[in-house]
Write a protein that binds this ligand. Structure first.
Ligand SMILES: *Cc1c(COP(=O)(O)O)cnc(C)c1O
Length: 391
């Protein structure tokens, strides 16, 4: 039959195993198809406030959490412009692509930026931060990442908070991929600014980001003189008192977020984090059973970064998994392209998604000439996954 290849590709089932965007539950997908409602109505205000409360639950904070119509990077920029003034000195813990983004934004706004480069995947113990802060008594803020999505490494935010508390200054945490998967209670850990993004553990499409400020951070917001308009936290705060946002909210995404938060809150944050912990453990057991090596010293619940085995082309792994088996996993980003690949266990991912990813990985590695026994990774993962009963 002509066109056979084309038809086969049309019916090929696809699996998204990426750390953002993540898969979306069916009921959340269909919520986007509901008729649009106007945002200056009591009906929408109700949805808006429900989502705000759900976000407070996710952040584990009593502070307001603002919903921005932007992807995560918008909330990162909002953190910088609302807290600081030109010439302020800041410290960035830069362990990958997203840590580096903090440094780029801070430099762009003319801040004195001490960019601490951490080797990708390596840990950064709090003692090192203590030493760094003691030679920079004038620093205003430390910018960190809970889960560095480019490497899978999770950092000791609680430890950094203790160190910063001794020295003064603000702790700003990019929790975009971590919140919902990795413990990070904002109030208990004295985090001054925490941000998250919709397309990661929050189980909706890209397009919303979330940000909250501690009372200490609000005092800096009052004094900050960097230019800002769309991301002005003071106008967001004023609007929230009236149960709304200053500009048109992303209505359909917020309706989807309400639905997804209902699912998440029914599971409970603690259980959801435990679910991610188990999936992470199973994934690591699976890949190491194949003789593969992990990238991160301290790999977290969000994703598992695996070093490309010697003699195999890293791009071919991603490409074969996607084009031949329909399984999309993430590769590694510049300047480490091809050196490792990332299997996500973030968001609406079940034990069988992990089995699918590992199975496709085994077949792909076999296609590319890497010697491994079929089923080895599945055997290791299944032992862990059979104890799991969520999602
Ligand atoms: C996804 C992500 C971002 C950037 O988010 P965008 O939504 O692409 O703007 C920033 N930091 C981390 C840790 C992320 O995972």
């Amino acid at each position: 039959m002509q066109n056979k290849g084309k038809q086969a590709s049309m019916i090929k089932k696809k699996y998204l195993i990426s750390p953002g965007p993540t898969p979306i539950p069916e009921s959340v997908l269909s919520a986007a198809a509901e008729p649009i409602i106007h945002h200056r109505t009591p009906e929408f205000s109700h949805v808006f406030m429900e989502v705000t409360r759900g976000l407070q639950y996710m952040f584990q904070t009593k502070e307001d959490v603002f919903i921005l119509a932007s992807t995560g990077t918008g909330a990162m920029e909002a953190a910088v412009v609302n807290l600081l003034s030109p010439e302020d000195e800041v410290i960035v813990l830069n362990g990958g692509k997203f840590g580096n983004r903090w440094a780029c934004i801070c430099r762009e706004y003319g801040l004195k930026t001490r960019d601490i480069k951490i080797e990708w995947g390596k840990d950064y113990p709090k003692e090192k931060l203590r030493d760094e802060l003691s030679i920079r008594p004038g620093f205003k803020a430390v910018f960190t990442t809970l889960s560095e999505t480019s490497t899978g490494a999770v950092y000791d935010i609680k430890g950094y908070s203790e160190v910063i508390k001794d020295k003064g200054g603000l702790l700003v945490v990019d929790g975009i991929s971590g919140i919902g998967a990795v413990p990070c209670p904002m109030d208990d850990w004295n985090i001054d600014v925490l941000i998250a993004g919709s397309q990661k553990a929050f189980m909706i499409p890209p397009g919303l980001s979330y940000i909250a400020f501690s009372p200490k951070a609000w005092a800096c917001v009052e004094k900050s003189s960097l230019p800002k308009y769309y991301f002005d936290a003071k106008s967001a705060k004023k609007s929230l008192k009236n149960r709304t946002s200053p500009y048109s909210p992303a209505i359909s995404l917020i309706i989807q977020q309400k639905k997804a938060l209902e699912i998440i809150m029914e599971i409970g944050l603690e259980k959801l984090i435990e679910h991610h912990t188990i999936l992470g453990k199973a994934t690591r057991a699976g890949v190491t059973a194949l003789g593969l090596e992990l990238l991160a010293d301290n790999p977290g619940n969000v994703l598992t970064a695996v070093k490309t085995p010697k003699g195999i082309d890293g791009f071919q792994i991603i490409d074969t998994m996607h084009s031949k088996y329909g399984v999309y996993i993430a590769g590694s980003q510049a300047p480490h392209k091809g050196e490792f690949f990332r299997i996500s266990h973030l968001g609406y991912i079940s034990r069988f998604d992990i089995i699918t990813a590992l199975s496709a990985l085994e077949m792909t590695l076999s296609d590319l000439g890497y010697k491994c026994e079929f089923g080895e990774s599945l055997k290791a993962a299944e032992k862990i996954l059979k104890e799991e009963d969520l999602l």
